[in-house]
Design a protein around this ligand. Structure first.
Ligand code: PRT
Ligand code: ZN
Length: 286
């Protein structure tokens, strides 16, 4: 039988959708209809294992799976011997210290002698040692945010995304310990064939990510403004310029990065560009 790359993905939870969507965008067809534990992709040599996110780093370290999609927060907390190869652009959150909104605690140093509830004792322990803060860590596995209200802890260290959980529990963020998103981790002893499959998968993932970070822009410009407009549009090489039926006007096509988007659009408009169309890019191969 030909070798396949075994990939561990969260079975259900916040990373499931993003992981499956990314594989789909990479052109990998998977059916997980019957809620199977493992499934073979139809058109790419990978086999997907659906697991609890906490177990993924260990399974990848022990070569039960070859690679995995998992939150960087879990990778850091579990501290297994795996290679972290690529940020995946979803599952974004931060691991933060939070304190009661109207309590006596004001700053990190006030946590000396206090109790902090968390599911991340390793990362929190490192932080406290580094800052020379002598607080006790209470490890709990869920609903960390209620710990101060029920008198179990004075502060918490938990994942935050929108901040609404902190808000409804009358807590406020004090400090960010880690910014996290889903990452691709790999066993560090893959066979040559598995490495080749991984390279091919990484190439697809990077093409999808690049496309998401860029937009295709089409606009009309008076010919006497083409120089200035083209200088605002670096593109993949240089912009494409095509004459319009109306004399004295051209159509300009290019690619701009999401981060520059609003800034550039304003400048294009003020330099005479009209009929600007912004189109999402599906894949981008450089
Ligand atoms: O069953 P399994 O063990 O696989 O899942 P799980 O329940 O341990 O994990 P899950 O699905 O909750 O989270 C999986 C991963 O998603 C985490 O390890 C993070 O990498 C990522 N992630 C992104 C988050 C959040 N955002 C997030 N907001 N994980 C958890 N939360 C929780 C947080 O713990 C808190 O309870 O959401 C609440 C805060 O959210 P906001 O929006 O109110 O701030
Ligand atoms: Zn978990």
């Amino acid at each position: 039988m030909n070798e396949t790359l075994k990939i561990a993905v969260q079975k259900s939870g916040r990373l499931y959708e993003g992981s499956m969507k990314l594989l789909k965008e990479c052109g990998i067809e998977v059916s997980n209809g019957n809620n199977q534990l493992r499934v073979q992709a139809a058109n790419f040599p990978i086999e997907i294992f659906f697991l609890r996110d906490d177990d993924i780093p260990e399974y990848v370290q022990d070569a039960v799976a070859d690679i995995g999609f998992v939150g960087e927060n879990v990778v850091r907390e579990k501290n297994k011997k795996v290679d972290q190869l690529e940020n995946l652009g979803f599952g974004k959150c931060r691991l933060s210290l939070a304190i009661p909104k109207n309590g006596s605690l004001q700053k990190a140093e006030d946590l000396n002698g206090k109790r902090i509830a968390t599911s991340y004792p390793v990362i929190l322990g490192e932080y406290l040692r580094e800052k020379n803060i002598n607080a006790s860590i209470h490890e709990i596995s869920g609903s960390v945010e209620i710990a101060p209200r029920i008198g179990l802890a004075d502060a918490i260290c938990d994942l935050v995304s929108s901040g609404s959980t902190l808000f409804t529990n009358e807590l406020k963020e004090l400090e960010i310990l880690l910014r996290s998103e889903a990452v691709l981790i790999s066993n560090n002893n893959l066979t040559a064939t598995k490495k080749m499959i991984l390279e091919s998968l990484l190439f697809r993932i990077r093409s999808v990510k690049k496309a998401k970070n860029n937009k295709y822009v089409l606009l009309n410009a008076p010919n006497d403004k083409l120089d200035i407009i083209c200088s605002l549009l670096p593109g993949m090489r240089s912009p494409t310029i095509l004459p319009l039926a109306e004399t004295g006007w051209s159509s300009v096509h290019s690619v701009i990065s999401e981060s520059d988007f609003w800034n550039i659009i304003e400048k294009l408009k003020s330099n005479g560009a009209q009929g600007i169309l912004i189109i999402p890019i599906e894949k981008m191969i450089l």
